[in-house]
Ligand binder design. Structure first.
Ligand code: NDP
Length: 450
């Protein structure tokens, strides 16, 4: 495999989820691999995304657990929350994971170059230091970054990148967007006691998820004290004399808050990489266009993960990185199957889905069968928490094949991971019904749907 014409068999730009997986698997197949990373090994998911976010979600949920504990006989006097303790512990764990990812690469004999890398020739990469290297194959795995809408004063806001480092919790926070990040951070800050207002340009949250779940999340979020302003676009953000932020927007009154968090989508990191010079084709939103095997318009340049704008989820980037390495260096041509991908939003409560929503299935097949369970989990009943879960199974008429499962309620992401295996395998409602329930659980609702 070694080709001495080039310094490396594979040069990877970006040591995030996709880049790390591709690098270590390719090196495992015997390729000489280098990976360049200008920030920190681990990428968005590990350093400033899924992982630290989930830890904040856990931390936030104690607010409800401590409250609920009372009806279970516990006396918890005067509980207090210290943001700096949680923040510092989370950041410490991020450091640990950054070290673990670095070790994994080193143990697999991948050379790590902590520098920016830019394409300067068909097989040539120039590093920030000025050093020039060559590679037979190049993989772009540079991910995406938060999109910030244009408006005067938008530099006064933060994104999820900065949310993990806040000096103090903002007493009032405005979160822009109605997607994953907006709803997850709304839940986190609300549990910590901040006054949260979500503003969204449309009147729809979490587009792509089943409508019943989105309605239920909205209802529960309002009940928990989160304010929503829909059909609102930013006009301006101004700093007031006392250091607060005055936000003006369309269709609503001005709002004064302590922090504005933009969660308005993510854009692929493709600028300034020399892709135009290399002839790599970009799509409408700046994403790298790739084929089923993650190959770009240039034969020896590939791209995986968020930078391709296919599905912006960590496990998908990992699959794409693995498939790329298997295809190119392992002699096992593998195209990632992007169908039926389960996903979850770690809101309070979380919601999760796999397959078609009821709306999508009706549009496609006309007539379908929908089964629902709308219930109050046992723990919520005893806690006196008036919060109901909703499970929905969308099935084909006649065959009963499950087209989609959607759920909102405690642990729904955990339950969904197992249920998704069945949906991916093409099981039917009847096969679910044949499975004996585990009682008492929430998940048993899935095999008891009527
Ligand atoms: P999302 O795509 O989930 O949501 C973006 C939101 O911002 C939508 O409500 C969208 O409105 C709105 N929006 C988009 N552009 C603008 C604009 N120009 N002005 C105002 N509003 C705008 O993006 P997120 O930023 O929440 O997350 C980015 C991605 O990261 C997600 O798509 C997801 O793939 C991934 N992620 C996954 C998580 C998980 O798996 N749990 C957690 C966090 C992120 P509209 O609906 O009208 O387009």
């Amino acid at each position: 495999m070694a080709d001495d014409t080039y310094d490396y068999d594979l040069f990877v730009i970006g040591a995030g989820s996709g880049g790390v997986r591709a690098s270590r698997i390719a090196a495992g197949y015997g390729a000489r691999v280098a990976v360049a990373e200008e920030h920190r090994v681990g990428g968005t998911c590990v350093i400033r995304g899924c992982v630290p976010k989930k830890m904040l979600v856990y931390g936030a949920h104690f607010a409800e657990d401590l409250e609920d504990a009372k009806n279970f006989g516990w006396t918890i006097d005067n509980p207090k929350f210290d943001w700096s303790v949680l923040r510092d512990n989370v950041l410490k764990d991020v450091d640990r994971l950054n070290g673990a990812y670095t070790d994994t690469l080193k143990n697999n004999e991948v050379e790590i170059i902590l520098d920016r890398a830019v394409l300067t020739g068909p097989h040539e990469i120039t590093l920030g230091s000025g050093k020039v290297v060559t590679a037979k194959h190049i993989l772009i795995a540079t991910g995406a970054r938060p999109h910030v809408p244009q408006c005067p004063g938008n530099e006064l806001g933060i994104t999820s990148n900065e949310a993990f480092h806040l000096e103090a919790l903002p007493p009032r926070i405005l979160i822009a967007g109605g997607g994953y990040i907006a709803n997850e951070f709304a839940g986190i800050f609300n549990e910590f006691g901040s006054k949260v207002t979500i503003i969204n340009r449309s009147d729809q949250l979490l587009r792509g998820y089943d409508e019943s779940l989105r309605d239920r999340l909205l209802q529960i979020s309002v009940m928990k004290g989160i304010d929503f302003r829909f059909n609102a676009e930013f006009k301006a953000i101004e700093q007031t004399e006392d250091g607060c932020l005055k936000v003006s927007m369309t269709n609503h009154e001005d709002l004064v808050v302590d922090c504005v968090l933009f969660a308005t989508g993510r854009v692929p990191n493709t600028e300034g990489l020399g892709l135009d010079k290399a002839g790599v084709e970009l799509g409408q939103h700046g994403e790298i266009v790739v084929d089923r095997f993650s190959k770009t318009s240039v034969d020896h340049i590939y791209a995986v993960g968020d930078v391709t704008g296919r599905v912006q989820l960590t496990p998908v980037a990992i699959r794409e990185g693995q498939a790329f390495a298997d295809t190119l260096f392992g002699g096992k041509p593998t195209a990632v199957d992007h169908s039926c991908i389960p996903s979850a939003v770690f809101s309070h409560p979380p919601l999760a889905g796999v397959g078609m929503t009821e709306g999508q299935a009706r549009n496609k097949f006309g007539s379908i069968k929908v089964y629902e369970s709308d219930f109050r989990p046992m723990k919520n009943v005893l806690a006196g928490r008036n919060e109901r879960s909703l499970y929905k199974m969308v099935c084909a008429e006649g065959s009963g094949k499950i087209l989609g499962i959607h759920m909102i309620g405690p642990e729904s992401a955990e339950i969904m991971q197992a249920a998704a295996v069945a949906v991916k395998a093409g099981l039917t409602k009847e096969q679910f019904d044949q499975t004996v329930a585990i009682h008492p659980t929430m998940a048993e609702e899935l095999v008891l749907l009527r």
